[in-house]
Design a binder for this molecule. Structure first.
Ligand code: TMP
Length: 205
């Protein structure tokens, strides 16, 4: 079996940058790596992403949102993640079920039990070997996003929502310290990378 790594954090935490650095680091060590993102990573999941993040769909109910994220995940699991793990690859996924636990379970108030229960249908017993969580305050994260591109439906939520997300991640990380590695996102890119690489080395070698 391969190794399943997931990267989590509030919007603007720097996940993409850290995933690229981690991919290069592990490639140099000779690992066969697949990077995917959520929601997305397959033709169908990317189409679902267009629906979920469409800034005009402001009437989307919380349950619809949760089920769409879960559906996109089910397709990604079946088409990409499980086959890659079976082939012994290292899978790095940009967001996974912890995003649903935090955004839908905590910030939307649907409850983390419900989120994990529904996600059972999508992920079964395929859980990440390690989840890296970049911790960053909501204001910094969202102002970074504003500089980059037009904000999507989730990013347009009020600051209060993003603050709940940050708090939610801290809660989830504290609940599962054995499988979630929390790193302070206010450090330099290189400092954060070094810490992530060290945490991954511990489980991979
Ligand atoms: P991204 O911008 O990191 O690609 O993520 C898309 C947005 O979707 C981001 O605001 C977080 C949110 N999201 C959820 O609310 N629940 C989920 O399960 C996932 C995967 C993402």
């Amino acid at each position: 079996m391969g190794v399943f790594l997931t990267m989590e954090g509030p919007d603007g935490a720097g996940k993409s940058t850290q995933i690229e650095l981690l991919r290069d680091y592990l490639s140099r060590k000779g690992y066969d790596i697949i990077v995917c993102r959520e929601p997305g990573g397959t033709k169908i999941s990317e189409a679902i992403r267009q629906v979920i993040l469409n800034k005009d769909f402001t009437e989307m109910s919380h349950m619809t949102e949760l089920l769409l994220y879960t559906a996109a995940r089910a397709q990604l699991m079946e088409e990409v993640i499980r086959p890659a793990l079976k082939e012994g690859k290292v899978v790095i996924c940009d967001r996974f079920v912890e995003s649903s636990a935090v955004y839908q379970g905590i910030a939307r108030g649907m409850g983390i039990e419900l989120v994990y229960e529904i996600n059972q249908y999508a992920i079964g017993d395929t859980l990440p070997d390690l989840t890296i969580m970049i911790d960053l305050d909501a204001k910094t994260g969202i102002s970074r996003k504003k500089e980059q591109a037009e904000l999507d439906r989730m990013e347009r939520e009020a600051l209060d929502f993003h603050e709940k997300v940050v708090k939610g991640y801290r809660e989830i990380a504290a609940l599962h310290p054995e499988r979630i590695y929390k790193v302070d996102g206010h450090q330099t890119i290189e400092e954060i990378h070094k810490k992530i690489a060290a945490a991954v080395d511990k489980i991979i070698s």
